[in-house]
Each structure stands twice: as C-alpha cells, then as structure tokens.
Write a new protein. Structure first.
Length: 573
RNA sequence: GGCGUUAUAGCUCAGUUGGUUAGAGCGAACGACUCAUAAUCGUUAGGUCGGUGGUUCAAGUCCACCUAACGCCA
C-alpha cells in the first residue's frame, strides 16, 4: 500500500469560485484522491481557504463586517460548495488557523537564521485618512501618459503604461477616495530566493516527468533577465500573520504581517496539523506525512494547481522548505492546468463572467459538471466551455451511453427474469471476447489515472461503458430469450456484472451515480477490479437488485438556450 | 518590447524517440436492432496537419522565418 499526500491550490477567500478555478486544481485533485483511495492506498487529501491580504480586507469592508467574521462566513460557504461538488478533502482548512500562524513564524525565523531574509527600507504611499499604507494598485489617479482618470498606481489599464504611484496626477486612495497621501519610509523583509537559484535549478531539472507547462514556467522565472528575483514577504496590513521570528519579536517589524503568498503554501503543512487536531490525533499523525525524519520517506506528494500558481510552488515555497534546513517533504509531482475559457472569453471573478460553483449546482447535480469539466480539463492548452458542448457531452456520454446501459440491462432483466441475477447457461466466446477487451481497457484506464492524464482517462472510461452496449447489441438477449432462455440468462448476468464494474470504475469521476448504481445492485463494497475477469462473475445467480431511477436526465435544447441567455451577462452580486 | 504556450476533419481534441493508406468522440448520410432515457450498434463521407523555406531516403513530428490567438514578465 502506497501513501499519497495530495494538495489542491488553496482558493482565495474572496467570494465564490467559478468553474475555471474548480477544474484547475480542486476537481482533478479530487479525481486523483478518489482513485488512489479506490486502489486501496492511504491518502491524505488537503485543501484550505487562502484568507489573508488586501482583497479580503476590502471585501469584508464592502460587506460591512470585521474581516475575521467575513472570512469565517466565506470559508463556510466554500466548504459547503466543495461538499456539493463532492470534493473529498480529508480536511478543508484555513490559512488563518493558529497552526499556520505558528508555522509561518517558525519558517521565517529559520530562514532568518540561515541568512535568507534581507531587511529593506522602501518608500510607500501612506493614506492619512485611511490610516494605512496603500498597495500600488489601490492608488488611483490621472494617467500622465493618456489622461485616463482611473489609472492605477501600478498600471494604466487604458493605455497599459506601467506606472509608479508617484507618476499619477491627483492621486487618491482607491479605498476611500482620500487625497491626503504622503510617501513614507517603511521596512520590509525579502526572501533571498536568488541565493538558492542553483539548487532550485538542479531540483527542477531532476523532474523529467513533470508537465512541460510546469517546468517551462519555472525555468523562465529562473533564467529570464537577471534570473530569479528576491521577493518581499511582508506587508503593512492589519489582517494577516504578525511578523515574528519563531516565538520571538522581530524588532522594527511591529504592526506588519507576512505577505499572503508566503503564508499560503505553508498552509498545506499547517492544514495537516488542523486535520490531526480535528481527528483528535497527536502531532506525530501529521508529521508522518510531512517530515521525512518522522515517517514521510515513503510518501508520494502530488500538487494540483492552475498555471498562475506554478512559480510559487516551484520556486518560492521550495525556497522556504529548503532554506529552513529542516527535513520537510518536497513535492514529487506537480500537475498544472491551463485556463478554462467561457464562451469566447475568460471566466472572471472580478467581472462576474461565466458560471460560478453555486450557480452550477442550482442547475444540475455535481456529476454532470464533474464529467464535463474533467473530460475537457485544460491540460495541454486553454480549453473552452460552451453550452452546446456541455449539452452534447451530458446527453451522449452520461445519459445515452452510461445511463441508458444501466437502464436497459436492469429493465430487461426485470421483465424477463425478475429483479435478481438470473441462473442458467454459461459464458461463451462472445462473453470471453468482451471480457478480454474490458480487461485491456481497464488496465489502460488505471495507467492513465496513475499518470494523471485526466482527459484521456475520461475517454477510456467512456470506451469501457461503450463495451457494455456493444456486447448487448451483439448478443441480443431479447432475441436469444425466445429460443434459448438459458443463454439469455448468462448474457443478462454478464450485463449486470458489467453494470457493477462500471459503477466502481466511474466512482472517481461520478461519485453520486456510482453510489446509486451500487445501491440498486445492493452491493455495499466497492473494491477495485484488480482482476476484471474474476470481477465480472461476482454477481451470482439469485443476487437481488432494484431498477434504479433514471441516472442522468438530458439537457433539452430549451434548457440550453435558457441557460446560455441567463449566463450571457455579468453575475449580479 | 522580451519570453512562453497553442495553431491537425464542420465542432472538441489524440497523434510516443521523424517511417507503410493522419486517428477518436460529437455533428452529417445510410443501414441494423427494438431490451432501453426516440436510447443502442454498424458502415460511409469529411483534413494539401496555420503559411513559406530548409535538413533527411523519409516530417503533422526536427530547424529557420512569417502569421494568428492566448498567457506571463518588464
């Protein structure tokens, strides 16, 4: 039995995530976790909300709530939606947890001891009325280049010119509109990533089996221009993890917090601590997943994320772990995804464009979305959601191929033999041929799932379902029954066994449908078919079953048109 | 401006280290079947593999340049 540590990039706390966010990390991570569990391996699957930073503060202010209260509420909302999509996290944590506070401060202390932290005094705009420093993009003013009056301190989005806040004419706070701004000195900490450049480079080079997308992004950051740059890891904010050196104060850094990108990946580890606490386990329980000196030697660690997160996971977070000088478990495989587009443009949280997780579940159950999203996962390049494509995939793959197979075999059996696996006859040449093909395909399916080839796995799974329809069509038990009922019984028996097989194989993609089929077949274990040939004889004569309700309803043209219209504009908050 | 990714049948995509007539699903046409959610199964049609040039006995598959889309960085 292998041990799999699996993490999904942690979604930002600010609002409900859209389907593009979902398919880029949480959903494929869940597919992999469910598959590895089904194969009998020990799995710890973790995710959390990323809660710190200015956007969270502003969203809380807009909602008229204290930021801690806002985050707690939004965490509950995201947790509920994750459950709705059947994301099987062992723990859904929070980057604001006490565990993450302690661990983040611990890492900062270790890095400082190792000489990997540099203190830098820089100048930043301070808003007197707001009583706070303003990040560049929260300063607005008139662009000196084009005259656009809502240019931001980092860039003018009208003429795209890069700006410094001090370039702006009539600068004002984007938060309050206040114009009483001044430039003040402020001290910040920088993580000296550049000091570990060669080590990181060699480490990335050793990962020959990572997706090109992952390594090419990491390589670009390592070698582009002047090479890997040091990054600021602190901010002048109230909401966040206070800057401390382990348990000790950090002179000169009072009132400052760590920058969100520094503490967010550390939450992967802290989350294991939260999990242990929630399970009533001791520290050793989570350390055996994360410390190679405490049992994590045989752990295989896989991370899932969208391409925008790759630099932090290939460079910054590894710098934190390596730089600590402690034996932390490093990632073994990093599966990254491109973006999912929506009907000719990008999904956008800020513009409310596309379909969001809560809206999706109001329209259809999780399995429908899981199937489309995973079978169209943007692995090789960006991919695109269209309603027509979605409708076709749901109707053909789920309703016609899988759903109808379950329906036709159970109903045929009920009408000819009753609601129990029929006795009589035996498997012959046609059965052997089908079993042989299924055996081959199951092996390929497992191989694709092992290597996280998401789209190809979906294709192979569908091909396995088709084997069921092909078989029934070829042997035609409805005809056989008229002349050789014994043989028809054997054919029906294999058909029902195929239904059992499909349920087990489909569980990682379609957990609800899988359960429904197993319940109808009155099977309470879901062991993996290590030997499909043996597996297809498990349902023996006399085993009772129920005919299930329709597994997947079709999406009508009217539904499709209505939804397309409903989602053509912006999401109303 | 620099870098990266992508460009294959009407649509969504596969195409290993270059090697016989470029594949799948959907859609289309035709046929078979009638157990089933008017479902299923089969057959056929459809592509000068973005463009130009090059390397090679041989290129969708390597090289150069060009074009387009998207992204990242500055």
């Amino acid at each position: 039995m292998a041990r799999h540590l699996i993490t999904s990039a942690i979604p930002y706390i600010n609002g409900v995530k859209h389907l593009g966010n979902l398919v880029g990390s949480q959903l494929p991570a869940d597919l992999f976790a469910r598959y590895q569990r089904a194969r009998g391996h020990e799995v710890l699957f973790l995710c959390a909300t990323d809660e710190h930073g200015t956007p969270a503060e502003l969203a809380a202010a807009k909602a008229g709530k204290p930021v801690a209260e806002y985050c707690a509420e939004m965490h509950a909302v995201q947790a509920r939606l994750a459950e709705g999509f059947r994301l099987s996290f062992d723990h859904f944590g929070r980057s604001s947890s006490p565990q993450n506070h302690a661990l983040t401060q611990h890492f900062a202390g270790r890095l400082a001891e190792a000489g990997l932290i540099q203190e830098v005094v820089e100048q930043q705009v301070y808003s007197i009325r707001d009583g706070r420093f303003l990040p560049d993009r929260y300063i607005e003013g008139t662009c000196p280049n084009c005259g656009y009056d809502k240019a931001r301190g980092d860039q003018c989005e009208n003429c795209t010119k890069q700006l410094d806040p001090t370039d702006l004419i009539d600068p004002r706070s984007a938060i309050s509109g206040a114009t009483e701004l001044e430039v003040r000195d402020t001290k910040h900490l920088y993580l000296r990533q550049s000091a570990l450049k060669d080590q990181l480079d060699a480490w990335i080079d050793s990962k020959a089996d990572w997706p090109v997308l992952t390594t090419s992004i990491a390589k670009k950051w390592l070698h582009d221009g002047e090479g890997l740059r040091d990054r600021g890891i602190t901010r002048d904010l109230d909401w966040g993890i206070p800057v401390r050196k382990g348990d000790a104060d950090w002179p000169g850094m009072e009132g400052k917090v760590f920058y969100v990108w520094f503490d967010a990946p550390i939450e992967y580890i802290a989350c294991a601590g939260e999990w242990a606490e929630a399970q009533g386990l001791d520290a050793a329980a989570w350390e055996r997943w994360w410390r190679t000196d405490k049992g994590a030697d045989d752990v295989r660690y896989t991370q899932f994320m969208g391409k925008d997160n790759v630099p932090f996971h290939t460079l910054s977070f590894p710098t934190t772990l390596i730089g600590s000088g402690e034996p932390w478990k490093m990632v073994d495989h990093l599966k990254s995804f491109n973006y999912l587009n929506y009907d000719g443009g990008q999904f956008s949280t800020s513009q409310g464009r596309g379909i969001f997780m809560d809206q999706a579940l109001e329209l259809l159950p999780a399995d429908y979305w899981r199937w489309w999203l995973l079978s169209h996962a943007p692995e090789k390049s960006d991919s695109e959601f269209t309603w027509e494509n979605f409708q076709s995939a749901v109707n053909k793959d789920l309703a016609d191929v899988l759903g109808n197979f379950i329906s036709r075999i159970t109903k045929f059996c009920r009408s000819k033999f009753g609601e129990a696996v029929p006795a009589g006859g035996q498997y012959g040449a046609a059965e052997a041929a089908t079993i042989a093909e299924v055996e081959e395909r199951v092996a390929r399916y497992a191989e694709l799932m092992d290597t996280m080839e998401v789209r190809k796995s979906a294709q192979e799974l569908r091909a396995i379902w088709v084997c069921g329809n092909e078989y029934l069509q070829a042997v035609a038990p409805w005809s056989t029954f008229k002349t050789e009922p014994q043989q028809a019984a054997a054919q029906t028996r294999l058909g029902l066994n195929l239904a059992h097989l499909f349920a087990v194989l489909s569980a990682p993609f379609l957990p609800d449908a899988s359960r429904t089929i197993l319940q109808s077949l009155k099977i309470d274990t879901a062991a993996w078919p290590d030997d499909p040939s043996e597996f297809l004889s498990r349902l023996e004569a006399g085993h009772a079953f129920d005919v299930p309700d329709v597994l997947f309803a079709k999406v009508s043209d009217d539904d499709c048109a209505a939804w397309k219209a409903q989602f053509s504009g912006r999401r109303a908050d």
